[in-house]
Design a binder for this molecule. Sequence first.
Ligand code: C2O
Ligand code: CU
Ligand code: CU
Length: 433
Amino acid sequence: VENDGTRVFDLRMQAGEKEFREGQRTSTWGFNGDYLGPTLRAERGEKVRVRIHNTLGEASTVHWHGMHLPAAMDGGPHQMVPAGGSWSPRWQVDQPAATLWYHPHPHGATEEHVQRGLAGMFLLDDDTSARLTLPKRYGVDDLPVIVQDVKFDGAQFDRGHRVMQSVGFLGDRTMVNGTLSPYREVTDELIRLRLLNASTARTYDFGFSDDRPFALVGTDGGFLERPASLERVQLSPGERAEIVVRMRVGERTVLRSFSQGSYDKYADAFQRRFGGGDDSFDVLELRAADRLRPSSELPSKLRELEIPDGENAVRARHFDLKRSGINGRKMAMDRVDETVTRGTTETWTVRNNNGMPHNFHVHDVQFRVLEVNGHTPPPELRGPKDTVFLPNGTTMKLAMRFDGPADPDTPYMYHCHLLYHEDQGMMGQFVVV
Ligand code: C2O
Ligand code: CU
Ligand code: CU
């Protein structure tokens, strides 16, 4: 902490090696270590500064996914950190408690930089998160769960794409927090899992091996109004969910990603097969101790949402998702696609009829999903969101408010978070003026 109260973090982007499999080393990238990065944490209202030093030997960036902040601090493709260079963004945290994350965003190479291991969580706290009786002992009953799929090839990650795998890279194993076949001993009745899909292309349908229900308490940008009891929650790349699960003495249960075939969310069998929707993985085993610390009941009300309801929207925009580009255009670094007025609310209608799954992420804002194919959204889409999954045949109407500082010269991004698609040009730029 600096004199004026600014909370300072140091992040060093570095190359390394990690023994994921016994006796076999894999070359990796990480922040302040060999793989992934430290969990950063700050409170609403706090000023933060991150001192980034890039020792990777090539240029990259660090983007704060889900964070409301000035465009020049966003860490998108316009804020490159050269090889051997440094960058020190600063901003004031001004949004509700949430599970955010950070990762590189160099145009054309994001998939590779994330796959090599550059990702970490950024948790925000506020008065509500302090007051609510939720599991909140980090690493004890409040666990970060960074889920990635990987494939090994000798001393390297195999990052290749298979023929017909149009979604991008799909691995054949999953890891949690950089660990294969993970399990976790837990000592409390209620366990909160902060799920982050940090995979580059794979969508997961999370649930427990015994189909026990869990409480969904938060989405990308923070708490829901009230907990929702679910048996499955689907997360596409970049999305987060906070869930609370009840454990019984001495038992084991497995957080699993289920095959999505039975849910029929992908319209097309081809994409289920080649887009990974048929796959099923054990993700994380929870092993309850022989004695469990009693937990307080979950509150029935969590918070008032701070996302716009679309009532006073001044403008409606439309985005058509195609692998060849959004609204018929490929990303161009020197072209601004949309100009929005600071302090206004807009509706953005996003449509995917492209015959393959896509998703849609908008920088700087947390939006509300107003409609999914003309219907009221399900509970997992009722909280603050910055990324939504759109399987083929989906149209979503979103409401978002742009209340950051104006900066006509520095764009924010919106894009498909299937990182291969993003790299190939499924991205556009907007400025707030
Ligand atoms: Cu998670 Cu534009 O990124
Ligand atoms: Cu982002
Ligand atoms: Cu896509």
